[in-house]
Design a protein around this ligand. Sequence first.
Ligand code: APR
Length: 261
Amino acid sequence: MSAPPAAVHAKLGRMDAIHALAARLRRARHILVLTGAGISAESGIATFRDTQDGLWARFRPEDLATPEAFRRDPALVWRWYAWRREQVAAAQPNAAHRALVELAQRRPVTLVTQNVDDLHQRAGSTDAICLHGSIMRSICSVTRLEIGADWLAAQTGEPPRSPHHADGLARPGVVWFGENLPADALDRANAAARDCDAVLAIGTSALVYPAAGLPALAQRHGAWFAEINPQPTPLTPTADLVVAQAAGLALPAALAAWEDA
Ligand code: APR
C-alpha cells in the first residue's frame, strides 16, 4: 500500500504527523538529514529569508556575500561577518540540534548542513557535512589556505593580511554566491542521497541549489521524504510527510514518540 499523498498528510494533526515521522525513522536503514538556517533560529541566529528579521530582509546579499562585494569593500564584508561570528559565539545549540545527535545514536544518519554556524558541531554532530563552509574559519582570499586565529589576532588590518600570499587578505571560510561548493562535501552529500532510505529537510527554504536538490535526488533513489518547517517551501508538494512545526518541538517529540510509534 503506497503512502497517502502529502495533501492528506497535511491534514494529519500535529501528534499524528509526529507519530508518522517517528514510525518511519524507527524503521530507517540510513537517514539523510539536510538542515538550513531555520534549525538555528531557536538559538537566536537570524535566518536569511524570514521576511521580518531575515538577514536578506535587512542586508543585500550582493553587497556582502559575493566575491565581488569583497573585492569592492573588504572591510565592510569582514566587519559584517565578524558581527555574525559574535552572534554565533554567543548562541547555544537548541533542542533540535541535540535531537539530531540522539537520532544518530539510534539510526545511521548523514547530516548535511547549509549552515555556516558551528551549532551542530557544538551539539555533538562532529561529522556534519558543511556544504557552505564555516563562519568560524578564515581563509586566504588568494590561496584559500586556512588562516589561524593566532595570526589573525596579531594583525591590525580589517580584514587582516594573509600569511599565505602577498596580495592575500583574510576572508570568511564560507561559500559565497557564485562560488563552488567544496567538491568533497558535495560528493559525500550526493552519495548519501543516493544511498539513504529516508531524507529529512529541516529549516530550509529550499531555494538554494545544489543543496535544495538533495531531497529529490534521494527520492529518485527510492527514499521517503519528510519536511520539517513551519512554513511551506517549493519542496512541500513533493514531501511524503509535512511536519509544519518548529524543529525544536518536532524533533524531540518524534524521539519521545519513538517507542510507541
Ligand atoms: N524550525 C524549522 N524551520 C524554521 C524555523 C524553526 N524553528 N524557523 C524558521 N524556519 C524555516 C523558515 O520557514 C524558512 O523556510 O527555515 C527556513 C529558513 O530559510 P532561509 O532563511 O532561506 O535559510 P536556508 O534555506 O538555510 O538558506 C540557504 O541561502 O543565503 C544562503 O548560503 C545561505 O545557506 C544559506 C542558503
